[in-house]
Ligand binder design. Structure first.
Ligand SMILES: Cc1ncc(COP(=O)(O)O)c(C=O)c1O
Length: 363
């Protein structure tokens, strides 16, 4: 173990080994005119009504409503639960920070089915919890018996991202119900559920151990404003309300939620187009001999590289001004995750990959 001295002696030990998140590091890429498909963002942007409301807003001298009363009411209407079940956050990233703080003490175990979104792992480590990873099946669905086998008397939480990032795969509700039946606190992250349907969020009133995370970042195209929420049993929500900062959600987020929901048909139509484009992109990616796309329930597609080097393919995509994400997938190594863009973006991806396949002689 490395010796820690100086001011670092006072930093919490769980932080000394922690790596800076890749998204926090500066990127040495000229972002001008790039086709940006690396962060599962909505290529159609937000509702024009959101932009108008923000431009017209005058009261920046006033704090937001600390109670989140209107936000909770609006989100409750959208999701079909009660306002007392909702806690809004600065993106659902903040919600998961609050939830881990509420549940996880030193050495408590958090089970996470990987490969998946790494933010749960990072937060668990920050607060001194112990991450227990359970590998997903070869088809990237989580395996209920494997999750149950990983439970010990230190298990405090089971996390399931469904649909999953970066694989795009989704387990059926029966599998989630079996995990809920363990009685342990279960977090189901449904950040992408608007692209799949099948949310289990209404079940929070039936199961005292179920927590569901959702966000406006993806379907409503407001990732930059940072507004996510959790749907919790009322008892858990009351605890989380004590932990969150009263002004954790800014005034623009409230306007953006209000106007997004006022313009829901427009936004859902964009979601429909993204789903159609996802299926078209999948069909085209399937035609490439060097790539195996994983069927997706989200707004992105994971491509497993079956021939050639993923690093080289990614570099050549970058040379052609296409930015994607390259997660490491156990058993496959570096892989290519393509956000679904507008039709012209997806055409550019397919054309670029065809050219790269020829250049590298891998297609
Ligand atoms: C599974 C998952 N949950 C949550 C988020 C982030 O949500 P938010 O923007 O609300 O913090 C992401 C973003 O990529 C994600 O992949």
């Amino acid at each position: 173990m490395s010796k820690v001295d100086g001011i670092e002696r006072f930093i919490r030990p769980s932080l000394t080994a922690l790596q800076e998140h890749s998204a926090s590091k500066p990127r040495n890429i000229n972002m001008e005119n790039i086709i940006k498909l690396n962060a599962n963002e909505n290529p159609y942007g937000c509702s024009p009504r959101v932009l108008q409301a923000i431009a017209a807003y005058k009261n920046l001298n006033l704090y937001p409503a600390g109670s989140q009363a209107e936000l909770k009411r609006l989100i409750a209407e959208y999701t079909g639960v009660n306002a007392e079940n909702i806690i809004a956050g600065n993106g659902c990233e903040e919600l998961l920070d609050i939830v881990i703080r509420a549940f996880i003490d030193h050495d408590d175990e958090v089970i996470h089915c990987t490969p998946s979104w790494d933010m749960f792992d990072i937060k668990t480590s920050i607060y001194g919890g112990k991450l227990v990873t359970v590998s997903r099946n070869p088809d990237f669905l989580f395996d209920v018996p494997s999750v149950k086998a990983a439970i010990t008397d230190r298990t405090k939480m089971i996390v399931i991202v469904n649909p999953n990032n970066p694989t795009g795969t989704m387990n059926p509700p029966e599998d989630i119900l079996e995990i809920i039946d363990t009685g342990l606190p279960v977090v189901v992250d449904e950040a992408y559920v608007e692209f799949s349907g099948g949310s289990i969020s209404k079940l929070v009133n039936k199961y005292e151990n179920l927590m569901v995370f959702r966000t406006f970042s993806k379907w409503a195209g407001i990732a930059g404003i940072r507004i996510g929420y959790g749907i919790f049993p009322a008892k858990i929500a009351a605890y989380l309300n004590k932990i969150r900062s009263p002004f954790n959600v800014n005034v623009f987020a409230l306007l953006a939620v209000r106007e997004s929901l006022n313009d829901i048909d427009y936004l859902i139509n964009n979601v429909r187009t993204i789903i159609e484009e996802r299926d078209r992109l999948f069909t085209n990616l399937s035609k490439l001999k060097f790539l195996r796309p994983v069927p997706s329930c989200t707004n992105f597609i994971l491509g497993l590289v079956t021939n050639g080097s993923a690093e080289n393919i990614n570099q050549k995509l970058l040379d052609k001004r296409i930015l994607i994400h390259t997660p490491n997938i156990p058993g496959w190594g570096l892989s290519l995750r393509f956000g679904v863009g507008k039709p012209e973006h997806n055409d550019a991806v397919i054309n670029a990959l065809q050219e790269i396949g020829e250049e590298m002689d891998i297609n």
